[in-house]
Design a protein around this ligand. Structure first.
Ligand code: ASP
Length: 305
C-alpha cells in the first residue's frame, strides 16, 4: 500500500453491472424487481465499504462475490450453459495502483471465480490460470469447489434448452462486473461470467483477459460486458485508458468512443476515473447496472432512462 496517498472521504465512487444484452422490457415484473433489488443490495454493500475506507480492490472482490452468489446473474451460481450442457466460468481482477492482475478461465467447480482470480494475482507469478490447473490451485488455496451442476438454475436451463432446440435465443447478458475508486484514490476492477449460452467448451471470452473485459491503471478502472469476441478484438478495457492518455478524452467520452467503435448492440462498459462520477454506457437494449459515489449519487437501472 502506498502510505503517501491522501485520504479524501468525499472521493469514492463505484459502478457495477449485471450484464448487457438484449434485455427485454417485457421481462416478468418479478424478475425485473428481483434484479433491481439484487443490484441495489450489491451497490449498498459497496457504498458502505468504500465510505468506511475499504480499499477499491477489496470492494470490487467483495461486491463481485455477492453478485456471483446471486442466481439471477450469469456468474457463479446462475452461470449459463455451454453447448454440451455444462458450465465453464471465468473471472479477472485488476489493481490500478500496481497493474497487478489475476484471472481464471474454464473453471468447472470453483464456487467464486473472482476469489480465485485474486489469489492468482497475489499468490502466483502468473496472471491467468485455466482448467484443471486452476482447480488444483484452488485446492491448494482452500477455495471452495462445488459440483458443476451446482451452478444450474431453471432460468439458465430454459435458455439452454432453447439453444439446443434451435429456437431463437437473444443473449441477455448478466455477466457481472464492479469498478471502484476508494478514498485514497486507488482504482480497481473485477469481472466474472459463465460466458455465452451455447459457447463451445474451452471458449475463452473477454472477461478473464486484462485489457479486453477488465482493465485498471492510474487513469481508470473498466469492466465490460457483451459479445466477448468483439471486446477482445477491440481491446476495449485498455482502449478506454488509451483514449484518455493519447486522445486526452475525459472518462465519459473515452468510454463512449470505445463503445461506439464496436459493432452495433455489442454490449456495455462501466468505468471510474481518478475523479468525477462513475460511468455506464451501452449499445445493447439494456444493461443491468448501479452507480454510486460520495457526492450522493445512488442509482440502479436496466434500460436507457
Ligand atoms: N462478455 C461475456 C463473454 O463473452 C458475456 C457477457 O458479458 O454477457 O463471455
Amino acid at each position: 500500500m502506498d502510505a503517501k496517498r491522501e485520504v479524501n472521504w468525499n472521493s469514492w465512487a463505484i459502478a457495477l453491472h449485471g450484464g448487457a444484452g438484449a434485455i427485454s422490457r417485457e421481462m416478468p415484473a418479478e424478475r425485473e424487481q428481483a434484479c433491481r433489488h439484487a443490484l441495489k443490495t450489491a451497490l449498498e454493500a459497496g457504498r458502505s465499504q468504500l465510505s468506511q475506507g475499504a480499499s477499491a480492490l477489496d470492494v470490487v472482490e467483495a461486491v463481485a462475490t455477492l453478485l456471483e452468489e446471486d442466481p439471477l446473474f450469469n456468474a457463479g451460481h446462475g452461470a449459463v450453459f455451454t453447448s454440451k450442457g455444462t458450465h465453464e466460468l471465468e473471472s479477472s481482477i485488476m489493481d490500478g495502483c500496481t497493474l497487478q492482475c489475476g484471472a481464471a478461465s474454464n473453471l468447472m467447480t470453483v464456487r467464486n471465480p473472482i476469489q480465485l482470480a485474486r489469489l492468482v494475482m497475489e499468490c502466483t507469478p502468473h496472471i491467468l490460470l485455466s482448467g484443471s490447473g486452476a482447480e488444483e490451485f484452488a485446492d491448494e488455496m482452500n477455495v471452495e469447489r462445488v459440483d458443476n451442476d451446482w451452478f444450474d438454475t431453471p432460468h439458465r436451463r430454459h435458455e439452454y434448452e432453447r439453444f439446443r432446440d434451435r429456437q431463437p435465443l437473444e443473449q441477455e447478458g448478466s455477466t457481472i462486473g464492479v469498478v471502484a475508486r476508494d478514498v485514497e484514490g486507488r482504482l480497481a476492477a473485477a469481472t466474472s461470467t459463465g460466458g455465452m449460452t451455447g459457447k463451445l467448451p474451452g471458449r475463452i471470452g473477454d472477461t478473464p483477459l486484462p485489457g479486453a473485459g477488465t482493465w485498471a491503471d492510474g487513469r481508470c478502472a473498466v469492466s465490460c460486458t457483451g459479445q466477448g469476441e468483439e471486446f477482445i478484438r477491440h481491446a476495449v478495457g485498455h482502449e478506454v485508458s488509451s483514449g484518455m492518455r493519447w486522445g486526452l478524452l475525459p472518462l465519459y467520452e473515452s468510454v463512449e468512443q470505445a463503445v461506439a467503435s464496436l459493432p452495433p448492440a455489442a454490449g456495455g462498459v462501466i468505468a471510474v476515473g481518478e475523479d468525477g462520477p462513475p460511468v455506464a454506457i451501452f449499445s445493447s437494449k439494456g444493461m443491468y447496472r448501479g452507480l454510486a459515489d460520495a457526492a450522493g449519487l445512488f442509482e440502479v437501472s436496466i434500460w436507457e432512462n
